[in-house]
Write a protein that binds this ligand. Structure first.
Ligand code: PEP
Ligand code: MN
Length: 397
């Protein structure tokens, strides 16, 4: 169960202390406090962990400082959507909002190679009005003999160039806890010219110790990728690890799953799950068309497969796009075959705009017919929706 306290509650106030005394007397329950400083107010939640079936919601609601009580109906305690749950969706970072109702684009280098390429990328982004990018410094590679990323030595110039070209957030994968400290130090050293969104890659989705470390820090938001080899439910549980440690600034990325049935694409595109993740959780949903498709091939009409699947994700309501570009893909040290050319950036952004407008029209059409998912659940498919949100049967030990 989750108790949502009155906004801006002071933890030394008599009501708060009285509430805590009362809750601590309840037998066999662990209390976890989650506090978050929003733009305008601070919000505190008390999570009651253990068997809460005997507790009355009405009684809890009557306790001092309690504004709202949510009975947890989903396995994803913090990030999930629960019945009667009106908690805010999304977060802001560096003045940029991440929600389930808007869209941010992170186009950039899969891996940082040279300062010149970083600068060319940043300049192209600025010229197209972009303020976010991706830049890999730590690269987890299939072969130990492949380029592993420049690591911390490239961070100062990446951050400085980011600041120079007005980039506010750089998505950057980390594979161990010390990378977070290295990023933090490099940002300090360069005068915090930009922000960073830490990325958990598909190979580390279930690296629970890494998730706990990234979740324990609250400075940087996190982009966690769905693992390419496990169920969606297992990946959503992985995201919950971050939140259970206190970091709820989490975006969930779909990047395709591994199977040879999807050849000649690199992975099986799973963007049909955009609305599913939004229904099951309160996380904004990112799509990564580059790692899903893995090739710059195009159809006979000339449209790139990567742009087709991006449009498919956006028209289904995606909230973020992570996509590989490179000034000279043939010379890229990682994933060159899937990187788009810089002169395709404008086209890519305009194509997204078309898909986003189509999504907004679809929303408007749907609301005109007031054919909400709730009504759908009642009228047409009660069992289908129920099955989709019941995760207990697939939770691994
Ligand atoms: C990446 O985004 O650079 C990456 C390695 O992606 P993934 O973890 O999805 O393979
Ligand atoms: Mn890559």
């Amino acid at each position: 169960m989750i108790l949502i306290l009155t906004p801006n509650i002071d933890e030394h106030s008599p009501e708060y202390c009285q509430l805590m005394r009362h809750l601590s007397d309840l037998p066999n329950l662990e209390l976890r406090i989650h506090s978050e400083q929003g733009m305008e107010k601070s919000l505190t939640e008390v999570h009651l962990i253990g068997n809460t079936s005997g507790l009355s919601e009405e009684h809890l609601r009557s306790l001092p400082a309690v504004e709202h009580v949510v009975r947890v109906s989903e396995a994803y305690r913090v990030l999930g959507r629960h019945a009667g749950d009106h908690r805010a969706v999304g977060f802001s970072y560096q003045g940029i909002r991440f929600g389930q109702d808007n869209l941010n684009v992170f186009a950039g280098l899969c891996a940082v190679d040279t300062p010149r390429h970083v600068e060319m990328m940043m300049r192209a982004l600025r010229d197209c009005g972009q303020v976010c990018t991706r830049m890999g410094a730590y690269k987890p590679r299939t072969s130990p003999y492949s380029f592993q990323g420049h690591g911390k030595k490239c961070l100062p110039y990446v951050f400085e160039l980011g600041g120079r070209y007005g980039i506010k957030i750089i998505a950057m994968e980390v594979t161990r806890e010390s990378h977070i400290d290295e990023i933090h130090e490099a940002l300090e050293m360069t005068g915090n010219p930009t922000g960073v969104m830490l990325q958990i890659g598909t190979r580390n989705t279930q690296n629970f110790e890494l998730l706990k470390s990234v979740g324990r820090q609250h400075e940087f938001p996190v982009l966690i990728k769905r693992s390419y080899g496990i169920t969606l439910d297992e990946s959503l549980h992985a995201a919950e690890y971050l939140a259970s440690e206190g970091n709820t600034k989490v975006v969930f990325a779909l990047r395709g799953t591994k199977t040879n049935n999807c050849d000649p694409h690199r992975n099986s595109v799973d963007f049909a799950f955009v609305p599913v993740v939004k229904r099951l959780t309160r996380m904004p949903v990112c799509i990564d068309p580059s790692h899903s498709v893995g090739t710059r091939a195009s159809g006979p009409e000339g449209i790139l497969d990567i742009m087709h699947v991006t449009a498919q994700g956006v028209i289904a309501g995606a909230n973020m796009i992570l996509v590989d570009f490179h000034p000279a893909p043939a010379r890229a040290l990682v994933d060159g075959p899937q990187a788009l050319h810089l002169d395709q950036l404008e086209l890519f952004l305009e194509d997204i705009q078309i898909a986003r407008e189509a999504y907004e029209k679809r929303l408007e059409l749907n609301s005109r017919h007031s054919f909400s998912s709730e009504r759908y659940a009642q009228v047409l498919a009660p069992d289908v929706l129920k099955t989709a949100v019941t995760t207990e049967n697939v939770i691994a030990a």
